[in-house]
Design a protein around this ligand. Structure first.
Ligand SMILES: *Cc1c(COP(=O)(O)O)cnc(C)c1O
Length: 435
């Protein structure tokens, strides 16, 4: 979480370097030291667990330099598509440090993963039958089964993966399913892992802990049933919620570990290797989005600031404003904070649909043309996974470091160029429909 002075210095430097301003009116920034500190907090919280693999959920920030930074801190990674696997390998993760979790893996994807030695969590029993066929005899891949402990939803339905009707995993409480799972393990000595991901943002810790305690009970039951310790690792998913309302990190990884231990004291006692898959909680507070205010206007008695940050960088916030509110601060064109009178303003984006508003009637210092706004806590799932509506370019992303009051910025992703936008628009097939 960058200190306000650091944030201000980053904005100032970005404007001086021309990576934020007239030509590039929106950009994302990543706090390199902050990422290292968040990873350290995660490692520290699990320090008493003998064998643990912390896998970063790549979808939270699919940027190769960020992944390489995480690899450098000792993280592994979790992927859910051929594209994410490609990025993970490009970042330097070896296959044994990659866990593949998608709910709809193709045969080709399974074949590649099992051949390379990427760990695979099968989403369902039909996928296990595919793996029976595709798995090379000497495959190095750890293979697991994802179960849905069906403990219920948190406050955001779309983020709750352990509901009765969730699309993910094998529904543990459905009639007959426990027996099917026992049977599946009996016939597959190479099936050695259980996986559950109870939910992401909005899921309270006790609910997550309850789901993971159920996972542990199932592992014990399977091992009793086969008469040996076949299940050797538990993959606990991700989903530590992030506080988007202020600068404090809550809940912490320590609190997560305490909640798990309270729900099942044996869960982290070392009998099982543990895998974690955190995404948002590692990156959200270590990134922010900055955008230029292009115009201000009044409509129906309301002030509206038209900015360059809209649904293309904050799709969830625009479409589900109550579930995904973002903190916004107002800055002068040189990055210094504004302290003018606070008035309610709509902070709107540049996209051509009426709903493209990041915040409604938000109380902020009165914004003016060329001011900057900052969307805080957007280091995960925001500027790193933009939406290409209106052919707006993917914004640039930059890492920052401070040393002795000096800020240095480094490019993580260049802003999308016009020729890349053309390519995305099929420009190389321009005549395709004329003949
Ligand atoms: C998205 C996802 C994660 C990461 O969730 P966060 O809320 O970002 O921590 C972990 N595991 C799986 C299987 C996921 O789909």
């Amino acid at each position: 979480m960058p200190h306000p002075d650091v944030l201000q210095a980053v904005l100032k430097q970005a404007v001086i370097e021309g990576i934020l301003g007239e030509r590039f009116p929106v950009a994302g920034f990543i706090d390199v030291q902050g990422v290292r500190e968040s990873v350290k907090a995660l490692h520290d919280a699990f320090v008493h667990v003998p064998d643990v693999l912390h896998a970063f959920a790549v979808k939270a920030c699919p940027l190769v330099p960020v992944l390489r930074l995480l690899a450098d801190t000792g993280m592994a990674c979790e992927v859910a598509s051929p594209g994410e696997t490609h990025l993970a390998l490009a970042a330097g993760f070896t296959p044994d440090r990659i866990v593949l979790d998608s709910p709809a893996k193709t045969r080709a994807e399974l074949h590649d993963a099992l051949t390379q030695g990427v760990a695979v969590n099968a989403d369902n029993l039909a996928e296990l039958r595919r793996i029976d066929v595709l798995r090379p005899r000497r495959s190095q891949s750890v293979v697991g089964l994802r179960v849905n402990p069906q403990v219920g939803a948190g406050t955001i339905d779309a983020m709750s993966t352990a509901t009765a009707h969730s699309k993910f995993g094998v529904a543990l409480g459905d009639p007959g399913v426990r027996d099917q799972i026992l049977e599946a393990f009996r016939h597959r000595p190479w099936l050695t892992r259980l996986h559950a991901h109870v939910g992401s943002q909005g899921c309270p810790l006790p609910l997550i802990a309850q789901g993971l305690a159920a996972l542990h009970r199932l592992a014990e039951e399977i091992n009793d049933d086969v008469g040996r310790r076949q299940v050797t690792s538990l993959d606990l998913g991700g989903g530590l919620p992030v506080n988007f309302t202020d600068d404090t990190t809550t809940p912490t990884y320590d609190e997560y570990v305490r909640a798990l231990t309270r729900a099942e004291p044996a869960l982290l006692d070392g009998r099982y290797q543990i895998v974690t898959e955190f995404g948002r909680s590692l990156l959200a507070k270590n990134g922010f989005t900055a955008a230029v205010v292009e115009y201000v206007k009044d409509a129906g008695g309301r002030r509206i600031a038209l900015t360059h940050a809209g649904a293309q960088v904050a799709v969830r916030t625009v479409f589900m404003p109550d579930s995904w509110p973002l903190r916004i601060t107002a800055h002068k064109p040189d990055g210094t904070p504004k302290h003018l009178q606070v008035i309610p303003q709509d902070v709107a984006g540049p996209l051509c649909f009426a709903g493209d508003v990041i915040a409604h009637e938000r109380h902020l210092p009165e914004l003016a043309e060329q001011d900057l706004i900052v969307l805080h806590d957007t280091g995960a799932y925001y500027f790193s996974s933009p939406w290409s509506y209106n052919s707006l370019p993917r914004p640039g992303a930059y890492g920052f470091l401070t040393e002795g009051g000096h800020v240095s910025l480094t490019t993580v992703r260049t802003p999308q160029s016009m020729s890349e936008i053309g390519e995305e628009g099929g420009v190389s097939h321009a005549d395709a429909l004329l003949t």
